[in-house]
Design a protein around this ligand. Structure first.
Ligand code: GLU
Length: 268
């Protein structure tokens, strides 16, 4: 079996997806310790010459806090209003933290249609590539404030995989509140073992993901496996790892065996 370093040595463009479970405390308020850890690492790998795209969740959550909702609103207009308020809060926060490291960010909000319509796909592709070539770190989310079911990607695990494909990135790192993929649900089965490398997404692997996963956020492990299928099909690799771990991203890129690696089919 090839070792990790071989899969990660020539990475030049990466997408990192961060979920609500990493960005917020159980109170729903922002977890600055995690956010600072994340941004410092992204700025550091950007300094190494790696192009970085961040896919972030948390708009609805952040908007709920600001608007004084204690429970998730039920009506679509209320949710979309919360997303519109929250997206502004998120982007303000990223802009502020990244600028402390001298980095420029850009906001890109996408819908499923942007991937399905050829002209829009090419436009989005060109915008990303222009930003990356100018040293900008694009910050992406679904356009929750205006989206309707028919044109919704629905979860940011899938969205981040589609973005990886759109920009031809080498690697997608999905940060979650779980260390990686286990062969059984670690919350209910004490014998569950972490799977460090997946060379093929078999039915057995899909079965391992059932029922496992995170308490917060939209996606569980199943959406992450679906994301891995999209990523591997475009000959990129994907890693699921725990977002709260100090230096998790920089350690991954040094080839340290952290999280679950879904291996690209052909090495670079
Ligand atoms: N786009 C949603 C938000 O920002 C999150 C979707 C997800 O967590 O997968 O609230």
């Amino acid at each position: 079996m090839n070792n990790r370093k071989e899969y990660l040595k020539d990475v030049t463009r990466i997408v990192v997806k961060v979920g609500t479970s990493t960005l917020t405390h159980s109170t729903g308020l922002l977890n600055y310790k995690h956010i600072e850890n994340l941004i410092r690492q992204l700025a550091d790998i950007h300094n190494q010459g790696i192009q970085v795209v961040l896919v972030t969740s948390g708009a609805i959550g952040a908007g709920m806090g600001k608007l004084g909702h204690t429970i998730r609103p039920e009506t679509i207009p209320e949710k979309q209003a919360a997303a519109a308020v929250g997206q502004g809060i998120l982007i303000h926060m990223y802009e502020k933290f990244f600028s402390e490291y001298g980095k420029t960010t850009a906001q890109i909000l996408l819908t499923k249609e942007d991937f399905e319509d050829k002209t829009r796909y090419l436009n989005a592709h060109n915008t990303f590539l222009m930003l990356l070539s100018q040293g900008v770190i694009p910050v992406v989310n679904e356009n929750d404030a205006v989206i309707v079911d028919e044109i919704m990607v629905g979860d940011n695990d899938t969205l981040s995989a589609m973005v990886t494909n759109l920009i031809g990135a080498d690697l997608l790192i999905i940060l979650s509140d779980i260390e990686g993929l286990y062969d059984a649900n670690p919350k209910t089965n004490p014998n569950a073992k972490m799977i460090y490398n997946v060379s093929e997404i078999t039915n057995e692997i899909k079965k391992s993901a059932e029922g496992a996963g995170t308490d917060l956020g939209t996606g569980g492990m199943a959406t992450k496996i679906k994301a891995a299928e999209i990523v591997v099909a475009s000959n990129a690799s994907m890693i699921i790892a725990e977002g709260s771990v100090l230096n998790v991203i920089t350690d991954i890129l040094e080839g340290i065996e952290i999280g679950t690696l879904f291996q690209r089919t052909n090495l670079l």
